[in-house]
Design a protein around this ligand. Sequence first.
Ligand code: 5GP
Ligand code: MG
Length: 182
Amino acid sequence: MEHMDQDILKVLYSEQEIARRIKEMGAQMFEDLQDKEPLFVSVLRGAFIFMADIVRACQVRCDVEFIAVSSYGNSTSSSGVVQITHDIQQDISGRHLVVIEDILDSGNTLYFLKQYFMTKGAASVSICTLLDKPSRRTKLITPDYTGFVVPDEFVVGYGLDYGQKYRNLPYIGVLKPEVYTK
Ligand code: 5GP
Ligand code: MG
């Protein structure tokens, strides 16, 4: 039996480090959001694990929604075009939204989503990303809450995929180069 671990070159953030950081983020977000009854919107699929952890780390009265956008496909670089493939299911006018994202890279996705939610009448849209890769930003967008700032490397695990695989690794790591040429 071949374990997924064998495809990992190095671990960037362990399960314990991620859990500790999310606790801190949740406490900070609680301070900011406790009077706002926020709507947390998770961007599928990459943010599904982070969403589950951050909403439990931030014990505010809130509700949750999920939105799916077109992603990289099986490649490791963005096409720049964002399409909604599954939309949220409720009226958001006057609501304070917190978009929960796995990683902020070029900024295309969150730039688009922020405009989209503002157009739909949200009172505010803040951005909470587990990872930020600022070196690759092409859109002017900065997160309100960031877990870790990462170097310009393609990462997998804790929700993040390569070709839809590796999402269930409990840590965040970098793949061995040979995995891309398999
Ligand atoms: P952006 O629109 O900011 O360029 O990209 C955001 C999306 O690209 C993320 O939600 C994520 O799905 C994907 N992405 C960007 N960088 C990485 C990475 O290093 N690893 C993985 N697995 N996905 C990434
Ligand atoms: Mg994503």
